[in-house]
Design a protein. Structure first.
Length: 317
């Protein structure tokens, strides 16, 4: 049996997975994305994490088929990234640089295209011949599969469905320079933009106008289940709100990886922290998980100076 690494490079975290040749995931972990200084640390950090894992598991290069990696930008067939704003990259030889750092074969692609391939092979697209996958975050991306092949386009941007024109009468420009792109309405930044536009032209009562809770300009609370199931999407939405001058709040049970706390601290004005019970055994009986990580995250949030309101929702047992 041979193995491989699957890597998803996001603007906040880098997710790594160790898989066998049949696509069965054996392990997964995350490391922070260090985008400072033009993102020069991103590929060395990935290589160091891969090497550390291989050393821990006593794996040799001969046992590894290679590394598959997705990045948030167009990637040519030769593995060249011309620009990747979220990572601070200019022209980057993704295949060559990471291969030199790891000694392993590397194949990279646009993150949405790579995600579409994964879904087509092992996820929701199994058994289909054609498939479209949409990714939602700060922007809108997509991956298109036709007859079992990803339509990447000549420059690797064939799946950029976020820049399909939805409203040709739009007067505000998209980040790409066009007008009325899907990304202007369906992304995290687009949701904020449309909310502000609606509020400015209507007098409908809204919690976004609740000055007593949020302040002079209203605000937004991310809630509903555990919002950190998609941490980068939550961080993107809260970042867009902060950039738009909107006060932010996150309601959470705190059951998420502490790696996200520094980024969340920067874009969240208030955490509403729900703890079902202070006793870990009773907490696990009520929720299925103990409260160890929850309380650790709460302490870390306090250390970072996050404004937190603790809500102990004691469940009768």
């Amino acid at each position: 049996m041979r193995y491989g690494f699957g890597i998803d490079v996001g603007g906040t975290t880098i997710k790594l997975a160790f898989l066998d040749e049949n696509g069965t995931m054996k392990d997964k972990w995350e490391i922070p994305t260090r985008t400072e200084e033009g993102g020069k640390n991103v590929l060395p950090d990935i290589a160091a994490s891969v090497k550390e894992y291989m050393d821990k598991e006593n794996l040799t290069n001969e046992q590894i088929i290679g590394i598959g990696i997705g990045v948030p930008g167009p990637v040519s067939d030769a593995g060249i990234v011309n620009k990747c704003v979220n990572l601070g990259w200019g022209i980057t030889d993704l295949h060559g640089d990471l291969s030199v750092l790891t000694g392993l074969h590397v194949k990279g692609g646009n993150d949405a295209n790579v995600a579409a391939m994964g879904e087509f092979w092992k996820g929701g697209g199994q058994g289909a011949k054609d498939m479209v996958m949409a990714t939602l975050g700060t922007g809108v991306g997509g991956g298109i599969v036709i007859n079992g092949r990803v339509i990447a386009g000549f420059h690797g941007a064939g799946g950029e469905i976020g820049h399909i024109t939805m409203d040709p009468t739009e007067t505000e420009a998209c980040g790409c320079g066009k007008f009325g792109c899907a990304e202007q309405y369906c992304s995290a930044t687009g949701v904020v933009r449309m909310a502000k536009r609606y509020l400015s032209s209507h007098d409908t009562p809204s919690v976004l106008r609740d000055k007593a809770f949020y302040g002079e300009h209203g605000g937004i609370t991310v809630s509903g289940g555990e919002p950190m199931l998609h941490p980068e999407g939550v961080i993107s939405l809260l970042t867009a709100c902060k950039e738009a001058g909107i006060t932010t709040c996150m309601e959470t049970c705190g059951e998420f990886s502490p790696i996200h706390l520094p980024a969340l601290r920067e874009v969240t004005d208030l955490f509403l922290w729900d703890v079902k019970d202070t006793d870990p055994i009773r907490h696990k009986a009520y929720t299925g998980v103990d409260n160890t990580r929850i309380l650790q995250n709460l302490k870390e949030a306090d250390r970072l100076g996050a404004r937190t309101r603790l809500r102990c929702i004691l469940v009768n047992g």
